[in-house]
Design a protein around this ligand. Structure first.
Ligand SMILES: Nc1ncnc2c1ncn2[C@@H]1O[C@H](COP(=O)(O)OP(=O)(O)O)[C@@H](O)[C@H]1O
Ligand SMILES: [Mg+2]
Length: 317
């Protein structure tokens, strides 16, 4: 669950947050920051969950495999998935550890900086997953945040293995630059061994390949995966596929940008949905850019407009 607050740049620095990135926080640290926040909005979030909701909103079928505690936040989170038409076959965990939460600070430039206390989310283990739930999907979408905890990293590897053995497409989102810096070796291993579709922003992909040069990182990604969707904020995205490199611009944001939370997640939703509809990767990326534009036009990381209509009005799909 996301706890979102509008703050100034000083608040971000004073509380040890890192601009545009996610840091992990203990339960105590998360509670301490929460107590100092001005008005807080509690909204459902979670990177891969946002992507699943986006796919469902586009008319696709999606299930979310992740764990929350049996507490008020967990109930609210699962209710949000149900309302969005996303299945959630993994059972609730016990009330402790509590449902994970991410404190999201939105600064006047609309950038988001996060502190996450993963709680129950970090307890997802391989035995919570039914292989049929994984192999029943055409695309298994794994968020890189899973690499922060041993149980979740093993669950991600298991899911990727089942998916690959069944001929499902494996998609991986690198999630966050700090996440890549802390878990680089195992993430690179999954990229090289089993990933078909890679999603990363510029900071993440350059962290993965340890270079400051975006072009160099993009070329390395192209050598490792079938298709790499590399996003660059307002500069749009670069798609590496076979020996092609296509640039796709960011879409216009109706009414202006409000909150950048969820941009990458909804870009991924549009891109995977577009691919499933048979679009070429660069056209799928245009659907992704349109979905990202919708989610950054308002607060929160879940779509609010009718995404199917929004994408159709943009002349896509
Ligand atoms: N400032 C912006 N203006 C317009 N579009 C944006 C902006 N920031 C993000 N987007 C859209 O969202 C996509 C993903 O954003 P990006 O910031 O690269 O990823 P992340 O959310 O993972 O940091 C971009 O490719 C673009 O389509
Ligand atoms: Mg960004």
């Amino acid at each position: 669950m996301d706890l979102v607050a509008d703050v100034d740049d000083d608040f971000v620095a004073q509380h040890g947050f890192e601009r545009g990135r996610m840091i992990l926080g203990s339960r105590a640290a998360a509670l301490a920051v929460t107590a100092e926040l001005p008005a807080v909005r509690q909204v459902a979030g979670g990177s891969a969950a946002n992507t699943a909701v986006g796919v469902a909103a586009l008319g696709g079928t999606a299930a979310f495999l992740g764990r929350c505690a049996n507490d008020a936040l967990g109930q609210g989170f699962r209710d949000s998935l149900e309302a969005a038409g996303v299945a959630h076959p993994v059972d609730f965990g016990p009330p402790d550890p509590p449902t994970g939460r991410s404190i999201i600070l939105v600064t006047p430039d609309h950038e988001r900086s996060m502190m996450t206390f993963p709680g129950a989310a970090a307890s997802l283990a391989t035995h919570h997953l039914d292989p049929a739930h994984v192999t029943g999907g055409a695309i298994v979408f794994i968020e890189g945040y899973l690499f922060y905890a041993d149980d979740t990293a093993r669950a991600a590897a298991a899911a990727a293995g089942w998916a690959a053995a069944h001929g499902c497409t494996v998609a991986l989102s690198l999630s966050d630059p700090n996440c890549v810096e802390h878990n680089r070796e195992p993430m690179l291993d999954l990229v090289r061994s089993r990933t078909d579709l890679l999603f990363a922003n510029e900071e993440e992909i350059t962290a993965l390949y340890r270079t400051r040069d975006f072009g160099e990182a993009a070329a390395a990604a192209a050598a490792d995966v079938q298709t790499a969707f590399l996003t660059r904020g307002s500069a749009g995205a670069v798609i590496m596929h076979r020996d092609r490199m296509d640039a796709v611009p960011a879409a216009a944001v109706p009414g202006g940008i409000e909150d950048l939370t969820g941009a990458g997640d909804l870009f991924a939703a549009g891109a995977v949905f577009g691919l499933r509809r048979g679009l070429a990767p660069s056209d799928a990326a245009r659907v992704g850019a349109a979905c990202a534009a919708e989610v950054i036009s308002h607060h929160g990381a879940r779509p609010e407009a009718d995404l199917q209509k929004f994408v159709a009005d943009a002349g896509l799909l």
